[in-house]
Design a protein around this ligand. Structure first.
Ligand code: X2W
Length: 286
């Protein structure tokens, strides 16, 4: 007689797939923008795991858009080249020499690494920056910051065309100036502006913290824009979390349905958020 070899793991896997059905149905055709920050990237294994999540999302009918950062990788090359760099209110002061390095690292090294990781998992990713097809036009933020740009016109057309051709766009946060300049855009800002232009269903901000924490240090799983403002005014939301929650509020005001701030280093963070009851991180929505 044939022995049944049904160990618990296989049953659990089948149950997990079955439980995911309503979520798979909910997100079919949805546009999900994923901001993959430099601090969330980790080692090659974590990169492969992220890429696998993106390919799976795409396989089940989601239209993913990856917008990446790469601050730590820019710092490494600037250091090797002995170019000093400083941040003012979370933004890198960017002169022309720094801009060259920023573009080399973001559009070259980091962008291609992510593209290759996705393609290695069987996806079809193409790397672009906000300069391609003039997708993200920027104005300078502040003369003191040099070539740091604020997106003022974002055209979703190129991304729509890529999705129509079953291509996963991977976007480096650089913008085109009106006078031929190249602008350095904070990765969160770029992701928020692109998500708003696409009227995305979700913006996932992958970072290296678990989410927005309350005064007791516990992660708040769901909060409204008003609650974000209250926690900011009372100083509970502080430091590096402020640019993330500001991006979230702007994206929601711009037409994004919900924003999630979550730890990108956690295994399968994107899948946990989109396709399970559990969710991950802090969901911000009206
Ligand atoms: C950032 C762009 C990269 C980025 C920079 O130069 O570091 C500005 O600060 P993370 O990994 O998401 O921090 N741009 C203007 O945002 O990377």
């Amino acid at each position: 007689m044939k022995k049944q070899n049904m160990n618990r793991d296989w049953i659990a896997t089948a149950r997990t797939l079955s439980e995911a059905l309503p979520y798979l149905q909910r997100y079919t055709g949805a546009t999900v923008v994923i901001k993959f920050g430099g601090h969330a990237m980790g080692d090659a294994e974590q990169m492969a795991s992220f890429a696998r999540d993106i390919v799976l999302m795409n396989q089940v009918g989601v239209h993913p858009v990856v917008v990446h950062g790469g601050g730590p990788m820019i710092n490494d090359l600037l250091k090797k080249l002995e170019i000093k760099s400083e941040f003012v209110k979370g933004k890198r002061v960017t002169d022309e020499a720094t801009m060259e390095v920023v573009e080399m690292v973001l559009s070259g090294l980091v962008n291609k690494r992510i593209v290759q990781a996705i393609n290695n998992q069987g996806g079809r990713a193409v790397g672009i920056s906000g300069k391609d097809a003039n997708m993200m036009v920027c104005d300078p933020v502040d003369p003191a910051l040099g070539l740091v740009g604020q997106p003022v016109e974002v055209s979703p057309e190129l991304i729509h065309q890529m999705h129509a051709h079953k291509i996963i766009p991977v976007v480096a946060p650089l913008g085109a100036g009106r006078d031929g300049e190249t602008f350095n855009v904070n990765g969160d800002t770029a992701a928020g502006a692109i998500a708003a232009a696409l009227k995305a269903d979700r913006l996932l901000l992958l970072t290296d913290v678990e989410g927005v924490k309350d005064s007791s240090g516990a992660v708040v799983t769901q909060l409204s824009p008003d609650q974000v403002r209250e926690l900011t005014d009372s100083g509970v939301i502080a430091g590096g979390m402020i640019p993330k929650t500001e991006t979230a509020l702007e994206a929601i005001a711009g037409g994004v349905r919900a924003v999630v701030i979550l730890d990108g280093r956690a295994p399968n963070a994107c899948l946990l958020e989109l396709f399970t009851d559990h969710g991950a991180g802090s969901l911000i929505r009206v």
